[in-house]
Design a binder for this molecule. Structure first.
Ligand code: BJ8
Length: 427
């Protein structure tokens, strides 16, 4: 995919060059078939095309340059890891969740076959030696969210230095205290790794950067909900995926520029699909890059996705860290901890906030139907699927559950179900 030759850099990172080349070819083809074939895209999406064309090239060059300047590269797998604290330690945060099948045979030698595709994918990318982000990391932060991830990190720690955060599964006062102490432990670890003090001032700067990024995404969420939709759900998903790789300040600026363009498209009623096209909300498991299968099958059949209740979507970005009145390092860490414990991941029990949030998004964005996206073998989200169905039927909203993995084997079957669902919405 990359225009410049980065072979030397990839070799220096220890990538398996042949397997990596194969991956880039598959990715480049998928991107061209799914993204570049879209009609009426806003001009600002050229930035997304550029980032994707250099996702293993120029961005890695930047990271390696930052490393040379003494900054630490920190890999993460979950929204529970506060980027604000990484930035406050002068680090760079990169998301390592992966959305493509990779080295399945090798993975199944170290993980059970019936592990979710997301976990198999990140382990596969490491075992196959095809991810320059993993190789560039100085430290990888895991978390005790679902059992699959928790145990997979034990395996992963055989290959990379890891630090695992304990995430409570309830939200009682004692859970809040445990979580706050974990946030403090993370700050101490990052100070030790970077040799840089985390101060109230550096935390404030981290909060300002990450809040700015989330505010830009809130603006995008409001604009994309117009009818006709000024931008596709596929492009919005990609923006949400890129936020985990791109420099946060540049990303915020680019999203805001795109939003300026979307404002004028909304005013001119210029859409990517005709006004009145079926509007679907997606809810469920995160779709890490390059997992585009289900949104592609939905939008290619004439519907528009007007929101994602997902960690690669609004679940991850909706709340800001409120630091008004917090002055000291510890007070700001309190606020950060509070904000993150508010994330309504399905690993929590009870988790009624998530049902409220899906309902609120469906109402606010005037969804015609909801698609619940479940990665096969993901117990938390698959279990919650019934509760989401009940909540949606209480609102009179048609609901479709799709349980799948990262392969394309079931694409035709999913497409048929999507088409039948869209027919139902017309009635
Ligand atoms: S805060 S959703 S990013 S844990 S799909 S690995 S849950 S078996 S990804 Fe997640 Fe953090 Fe929660 Fe968000 Fe397990 Fe399910 Fe696989 Fe999952």
């Amino acid at each position: 995919m990359a225009a410049k030759n980065h072979t030397e850099m990839w070799e220096g990172l220890g990538l398996n060059l042949q397997a990596h080349e194969g991956l880039l070819q598959v990715l480049g083809k998928a991107y061209s078939d799914i993204y570049l074939s879209q009609k009426n895209r806003p001009a600002g999406t050229a930035y997304l095309d550029f980032v994707m064309s250099e996702i293993h090239g120029l961005r890695i060059e930047e990271l390696l340059e930052q490393k040379k300047q003494g900054q630490k590269i920190i890999g993460t797998f979950c929204l529970y890891v506060p980027e604000e604290i990484i930035l406050a330690a002068d680090g760079v945060s990169v998301g390592l969740c992966a959305g493509a099948e990779c080295a399945t045979e090798l993975v199944e030698q170290v993980l059970p076959r019936n592990t979710c595709a997301l976990i198999k994918s990140f382990v596969g990318f490491k075992l196959a030696g095809v991810c320059p982000y993993v190789e560039a990391c100085d430290l990888v932060i895991g978390e005790t969210t679902c059992d699959g991830k928790t145990k997979a990190y034990e395996v992963f720690s055989e290959y990379k230095p890891m630090f695992v955060l304990e995430i409570p599964h309830m939200k009682k006062e004692s859970d809040g205290q445990l979580w706050r102490s974990e946030v403090g432990r993370l700050a101490n670890k990052l100070e030790e790794l970077s040799g840089k003090k985390i101060t109230a001032q550096s935390l404030k700067r981290g909060v300002e950067i990450v809040n700015g990024k989330r505010e830009a995404l809130h603006r995008l969420n409001r604009l994309r909900a117009a009818d006709p939709a000024p931008i596709s759900g596929l492009d919005c998903l990609l923006i949400n995926q890129i936020q985990f790789y791109d420099d946060p300040v540049r990303f915020t600026q680019k999203v805001n520029e795109l939003c300026d363009e979307l404002e004028s498209r909304v005013a001119q009623k210029k859409g990517v699909a005709p006004a009145g096209a079926p509007r679907l909300l997606i809810s469920g498991c995160p779709m890490a890059a390059p997992n585009w299968k289900v949104p592609y099958l939905i939008e290619k059949n004439g519907a528009v996705i007007i929101g994602e209740e997902s960690c690669v979507g609004e679940r991850g970005t909706r709340n800001l860290v409120e630091i008004q009145g917090a002055e000291t390092r510890e007070e700001i860490l309190d606020r950060i901890a509070r904000r993150y414990l508010g994330i309504d991941c399905a690993v929590f029990t009870p988790n009624t906030e998530r049902l409220d949030h899906v309902s609120e998004m469906a109402r606010q964005y005037k969804a015609d139907g909801v698609v619940h996206y479940e990665i096969q073998f993901c117990t938390p989200y698959t279990m919650e699927g019934n509760a989401v169905r009940r909540a949606m039927s209480g609102q009179g909203l048609p609901f479709l559950r799709i349980e799948t993995d990262y392969s394309m084997e079931d694409a035709a079957q999913i497409e048929t179900r999507v088409q039948a669902f869209l027919e139902l919405l017309k009635k």
